[in-house]
Design a protein around this ligand. Structure first.
Ligand code: BGP
Length: 471
């Protein structure tokens, strides 16, 4: 019998900048990613999302494939500057029409939309006014959120505010690998606080709007293990867990920062400055659910003499800028090192499915019975092509093991309501171009972006049909 409850949402995910293209179509304004990806050497071989996989023009074909796959839900993000070209004020009705048509198309195929409001593509005009370091960006976010509730709230029940603060703030303000390419942890701490404020205010607006549905937040779930049993490595590992989990989850699930952790990092990074009322805002607007994005485990070592404040390693959740040979760490706190016994992807991410079971149960232990969606999980690889077929057996193996890990967590009492592999279709991998593939559907860039079902497409179709029974 399946461990997965009836009504479990088998889905898949994407994000606007990575999939849509149409970066200047029909009145869309520029985002920080439109600007950043055009800077020389900012991304892998200068790749960008100008066209991406042209989902903006091909969404009906894509949704038909989702229907054929049997997806119960589709997680996608809205492009803020497509709806509000300068971040606030004038609405771009063509952008509203695009998302409205997409939602209708999904519902026609009985696919439940799950909307992410912010998957990193801030309107450029708001960055020019200070971006997340400016509190006014949080106000603009609430205006944007209200617009989305008004226009789509009659049909969309599942909402999340932000995707992965650790990545867009961490890389935006600490490693500098993402826009706005700042390298200053103290600025990161304050920008991050404004994200929490924006989230809480958008949750409040959601509840005031009275539309039926749930609203949550999406975070990276990343387990850590110490390099050795030496007390300094163990302490470094605890600190990494604290920063990746407690710092980023407590404000949205408990309405406060972990005070002990702030005390430990205060001398290096400072602490977030609260405006009057922030305390109550955070406390009174907790999430209805939490979204977890799970890819890999990190091995942690003490880092007492790190040369630099922080160095980016490479692609992905801790990176998205491939700089092989560089270590990632926070001077004086911890660094990530390679696990000699680990099994790694081609992009150096350790595959560790047990971490998903453990991580879900750790969330339950710390935050109680908050409903959980696994909002991303997947294998980035260059897929083999045999006789014209994309034979992505490694992806099938990766996803099978992670589905089994979720089943384990459910059997141990966790309330997991849905699973959204990353990604539905091959798309832009931020700084890694189009060569790092994640999808069930292959996109042939040499043949006019033609879509092709991979082996994993037919496999996932069976998984869904069997409600997670792995056969
Ligand atoms: C997450 C992002 C996704 C996606 C994924 C894979 O951090 O939310 O947008 O990109 O990671 O990362 P990458 O494309 O860098 O391999």
């Amino acid at each position: 019998m399946s461990a997965f409850p009836d009504g479990f949402l088998w889905g898949a995910a994407t994000a606007a900048y990575q999939v849509e293209g149409g970066y200047q179509a029909d009145g869309k304004g520029p985002s920080i990613w439109d600007e950043f990806a055009h800077r020389p050497s900012a991304t892998y071989q200068g790749t960008n999302g100008d066209v991406a996989v042209d989902h903006y023009h091909r969404f009906r074909e894509d949704v038909a494939l989702m229907g054929e796959l049997g997806m119960k839900s589709y997680r996608f993000s809205l492009s803020w500057p497509r709806l509000l070209p300068t971040g606030r004020g004038q609405v771009n009705e063509a952008g509203v029409a695009f998302y409205s048509d997409l939602i209708d198309e999904l519902l026609k195929h009985q696919i439940e939309p799950m909307i992410t409001l912010y998957h990193w593509d801030l309107p450029l005009a708001l960055q020019q006014e200070g971006g997340w370091e400016a509190r006014s960006t949080a106000d603009a976010f609430v205006e944007y959120a209200r617009l989305c509730y008004q226009r789509f709230g009659d049909r969309v029940k599942l909402w999340s505010t932000f995707n992965e603060t650790v990545v867009f703030i961490g890389h935006g303000y600490i490693t500098g690998a993402h826009p706005p390419a700042v390298q200053d942890p103290a600025r990161a701490v304050q920008a991050c606080h404004h994200v929490f404020v924006a989230h809480a205010a958008a949750v409040a607006a959601f509840r005031q709007s009275g539309i039926p549905g749930q609203i949550g937040f999406v975070n990276v779930l990343q387990p850590h293990t110490p390099r050795s049993s030496a007390p300094e490595d163990v302490a470094a590992c605890e600190l990494a867990d604290g920063i990746y989990t407690h710092w980023l989850y407590d404000p949205v699930l408990k309405g406060e920062y972990p005070a002990e952790l702030l005390a430990k990092t205060q001398s290096l990074w400072g602490v977030p400055r609260f405006a009057p009322g922030d305390d109550a805002l955070l406390r009174n607007n907790l999430c209805d659910f939490i979204g977890l994005n799970f890819y890999k485990r990190e091995t942690v070592a003490a880092n007492p003499h790190g040369e630099t404040q922080l160095t980016a390693n490479h692609s992905g959740t801790r990176g998205s800028g491939h700089q092989p040979g560089k270590e990632f760490g926070f001077k004086g706190l911890f660094k990530f090192v390679r696990n000699p016994d680990g099994i790694y992807t081609d992009w150096d991410w350790e595959i560790y499915p047990q971490g998903l079971t453990d991580g879900i149960l750790a969330i339950k232990a710390r935050y109680g019975d908050v409903p959980i969606y696994i909002t991303e999980n997947g294998l980035g690889a260059k897929d083999p092509v045999i006789d014209g077929e994309v034979v992505d057996d490694d992806r099938i193996a990766y996803l099978s093991r992670h589905i089994a890990a979720i089943a384990d967590a459910i059997e141990q009492g966790a309330e997991v309501r849905g699973y959204y592999p990353w990604s539905f279709i091959d798309l832009l991998s931020w700084l890694n171009g189009y060569q790092k593939q994640y999808g069930f559907v292959y996109v042939d860039h040499a043949r006019g972006l033609a879509r092709q079902r991979k082996k994993s497409f037919f496999w996932y179709q069976k998984v869904i049909a069997g409600n997670g029974e792995l056969r």
